[in-house]
Design a protein around this ligand. Sequence first.
Ligand code: SF4
Ligand code: SF4
Length: 258
Amino acid sequence: MIMFLENIPKAIGMVYAVVALLILAYLFNKDKFNRKIGYVFLVISTMIGFLIFAPMFPYQFQLLVLRDTEKLGAPIPIVLVGFLLFIVLTFVFGRIFCGYICPIGAIQELGYIIPVKKFKIKNKKATMVFRGVFTAGLIVAGLFFSVGLLNFTGVNYFFNLNISSIFFYVFPALLIVGTFVYRPFCRFLCPYGVFLSLASTKGLFKLRRNDKCIDCKKCEKACPTNEAGRDDLKQECYMCNRCRDACPVNAIDHSRKG
Ligand code: SF4
Ligand code: SF4
């Protein structure tokens, strides 16, 4: 009973995630989204992360690997359904979960607003390979040595305000890096991001150019992850909307192919 009550906030986090994702998908699709609306969701998601540590799928992925059912707070099949649900929603609508709902992504996105010099990583494959290798290491370390590699990033200590742990201070350091380089945690370390990236590659609805495009390439210059090219697969598109804001002729829609 106590465990059930303890887990109610996490369930609220899940409900928030689904509702927020559907609202944002609707706004993107109807061309009613703007960055101000995005900031509102980013702030709410960050606060929810601090208050109830949910929806934290990257960390839950690690708990799953560690088979830590107590901290997972739900039977493994239910957690797997949650995992799968957001992978499917990402396949349909793009990485809106990463863009605005995951507290880890949200706080990095807010940090990137700080006006300092930005450094763009040109080789997006390198970041994805690094993330894949890290995720493989996380799985091996969890399955065979019962070690949670993600703990070394401090993400759980940070959102739980556990300042007594030395690892608490690692995540703020990542956030500082994230003011210069777009979303270092998501692009180099997130194990759940590996799956969402794959889902988004073959996704149904994506930010696609329409016939109005005049090939000025302003969207490509504005994109922090090099995903705004006409033929880019959008696997590392975090739906930040910078490309649409930069486009002078409103030539980018959230649409299906053709
Ligand atoms: S890539 Fe991972 S950490 Fe980043 S927003 Fe997505 S789920 Fe969250
Ligand atoms: S600027 Fe890049 S990451 Fe942002 S929405 Fe456009 S394609 Fe996606």
